[in-house]
Design a protein around this ligand. Structure first.
Ligand SMILES: Cc1ncc(COP(=O)(O)O)c(C=O)c1O
Length: 323
């Protein structure tokens, strides 16, 4: 018998079944329709609630962890907040390894859920590779703490699987059919791979378009600075099989900021940086989209985590003016 006595079923019901909202669009996008999958409606406000729950449940089920385990994960914010929530429910200690760029609001949320926080400093991030620096710290913690367990969102099959069993069938159910296009922002590639695999397994015609930021090395060798939390990676992620991705669109950090602010003006939606990236990408891609198509856009989180940056007029003006 498991040592975890919490009822799983009520908790499971809280995650997923997020709304699919039809967007108004603009004159330039009037030849197709757009629907946003609002992942901010998950319990801690992001798509990461799905893989966090999947990874911890799997570890409990397979007895990889006990009630004495300390869960340790590298995170830019959302995965940490989601794991902190799941761990709090199961009375598990959670140790989040973040880096110096993690916004204060994410640190405050981690603290509120009772996470222990380890911040990797700027000078420790060689070649601007924050993820590698965070993973180095995770591995140090695993060596020094025998009770530590690393779910490893970068390679854990439950990252894509949570989207395979949840996100994509939900979208298809809401629309009544698979969409013609699916636009997905990428980092670990858990979301895009889970959705793309479901579409392929179910013989759907949907074109899957990855949205990445310039400066990320997922689809191009060049690596530079990136300012939008949760997006991009320094190289192709372990979970990515690019044969499942039909096309990719790369956008600048500035385009993400501008599109987030336009989303608020045009649709009344306060969405996070990667949702702005997806919006910018569909505008860039619009000439390739056939008339009458139905496009689904994954919006991974909401804009309340970006009030001091993207939605702060002074911050945005300074950011957009930088050389
Ligand atoms: C806000 C946001 N957008 C997009 C992504 C990318 O999702 P994935 O890691 O599944 O590729 C993340 C991942 O952390 C995120 O936090």
């Amino acid at each position: 018998m498991s040592c975890f006595r919490i009822s799983h079923s009520a908790f499971l019901k809280m995650v997923g079944d997020t709304p699919l909202l039809k967007l108004n669009g603009t004159r330039e996008t009037s030849h197709f329709s757009m629907y946003a999958k609002l992942e901010s409606c998950n319990p801690t406000g992001s798509a990461k609630d799905r893989p966090a729950l999947g990874m911890v449940f799997d570890a409990i089920r397979s007895k990889a962890i006990s009630k004495h385990t300390i869960i340790v994960e590298s995170t830019s914010g959302n995965m940490g907040i989601a794991l902190a929530h799941v761990c709090a429910r199961f009375d598990l200690r959670f140790h989040a390894v973040v880096d110096w760029r993690t916004p204060d609001i994410a640190l405050e949320l981690l603290e509120a859920y009772g996470a222990e926080i380890d911040v990797v400093q700027r000078y420790e991030c060689r070649e601007n590779d924050h993820v590698r620096a965070r993973i180095r710290r995770v591995q140090e913690l695993l060596r020094s703490e025998p009770c530590a367990y690393w779910p490893n969102q970068y390679g854990n099959p439950w990252n894509p699987k949570s989207h395979y069993i949840g996100t994509m069938p939900e979208i298809t159910r809401s629309l009544g059919a698979a969409p013609d296009y699916l636009f997905v922002p990428v980092s670990t590639c858990g979301t895009i791979m889970g959705c793309a695999t479901w579409l392929r397994d179910h013989g759907c015609h949907t074109r899957v378009i990855a949205v990445d930021v310039i400066g990320s090395g997922i689809f191009a060798p060049s690596v530079g600075t990136r300012s939008i939390p949760g997006m991009g990676a320094s190289g192709p992620p372990e979970l990515l099989n690019s044969a499942f991705v039909d096309d990719f669109v790369r956008v600048t950090d500035n385009e993400c900021v501008i599109s987030c602010r336009e989303l608020l003006d045009n649709e009344g939606l306060l969405m996070g940086g990667s949702s702005g990236a997806v919006m910018a990408a569909i505008h860039k891609h619009r000439a390739k989209i056939a008339s009458g198509s139905r496009c689904v856009l994954i919006f991974p989180d909401a804009g309340d985590r970006y009030l001091k940056t993207i939605f702060d007029d002074e911050w945005a003006a300074g950011f957009l003016r930088r050389p």
